[in-house]
Design a protein around this ligand. Structure first.
Ligand SMILES: Nc1ncnc2c1ncn2[C@@H]1O[C@H](COP(=O)(O)OP(=O)(O)OP(=O)(O)O)[C@@H](O)[C@H]1O
Length: 262
């Protein structure tokens, strides 16, 4: 995968299995992601994207295989150890302290060596302007910025962003995604981005994979995937050698024309 800073992967999974108790969702997933790479995780509803993120974050135990950070295996199902090692999740519900101000949300999360308030303000001017506003009174887009900023001040090596666009209009998402690119380019952070707006995700990502029923049915350079919407659509519909043809996802789960066409 592309990586401006080094060719040594920061994040790897080897034969990773994930799920819930007796339920297997992800089967034997291999990933290798280099510094400064944005990896887009795509796929229809229920395909295992959030399950993967929770497992990478240590919130779910592995069902098999391993997750490695800088070549060292992370313990299975140990969220605080994983977080301290540098894998930081921005959850889809954003999990902000809504009664606290923007600045307080940042200050609580900051780790030694993490981004300063001025650096946060440089990356998110809208947050700097609202330092003393309660997080609960921010707009959805501003709350998402705050959730990402709170992740950044934890000095992540890997930032897992689950559904940045949840509840947001595409135009707002379009404004947020360049920040994701900056995070990867300027800080060398690996960003793993789950995103329903396929085309927007492919514009910002270096690499992408499509999960369907827990299998990576299509993966490659984001630009290549964006250039071949029919392959992408076929992958969503389960029409792939690695995934037997299935009834297909619900109609609203398949990428719409506006999402897949370049
Ligand atoms: N706590 C749970 N217990 C059992 N099964 C679960 C649990 N959470 C999720 N699942 C199942 O795991 C599968 C994958 O769900 P997951 O949330 O990872 O999908 P997703 O790709 O993130 O979907 P979406 O795009 O709708 O958010 C689904 O079949 C879901 O029903």
């Amino acid at each position: 995968m592309q990586g401006a800073l080094s060719t040594r992967p920061v994040l790897e999974t080897r034969g990773l299995g994930a799920g819930y108790g007796a339920i297997s969702v992800i089967r034997s997933l291999d990933l290798s992601v280099e510094p400064g790479t944005v990896l887009g995780i795509l796929g229809p509803n229920g395909s295992g994207k959030t399950t993967l993120m929770l497992t990478l974050a240590g919130l779910l135990r592995h069902q098999g295989g391993e997750v490695l950070l800088d070549g060292e295996a992370l313990p299975s199902g140990r969220a605080s150890v994983t977080n301290r090692a540098g894998v930081v999740l921005v959850p889809d519900d954003r999990a902000l302290f809504t009664g606290l101000t923007v600045r307080q949300n940042i200050d609580i999360a900051r780790r030694k060596g993490g981004m300063s308030w001025d650096e946060v303000g440089d990356m998110f001017p809208a947050l700097a302007d609202r330092a003393n506003q309660r997080a609960g009174s921010l707009s959805g887009g501003e709350q998402q910025m705050l959730a990402v900023a709170r992740g950044l001040v934890q000095q992540p090596k890997v930032l897992l962003i689950d559904e940045m666009s949840m509840g947001l209009a595409p135009v707002i998402v379009e404004g947020l995604l360049p920040v994701v690119r900056r995070i990867a380019d300027e800080a060398g952070v690996v960003v793993v981005l789950v995103e329903q707006h396929v085309q927007l995700a492919l514009e910002v990502a270096d690499q992408a994979l499509v999960l369907v029923h827990g299998d990576a049915v299509l993966r490659g350079a984001a630009a290549d995937l964006a250039a071949d919407p029919s392959a992408l659509e076929a992958a969503y519909l389960g029409d792939s050698p690695k995934s037997p043809p299935a009834a297909g996802p619900p109609a609203d789960a398949a990428p719409s024309e506006s999402r897949t066409s370049p």
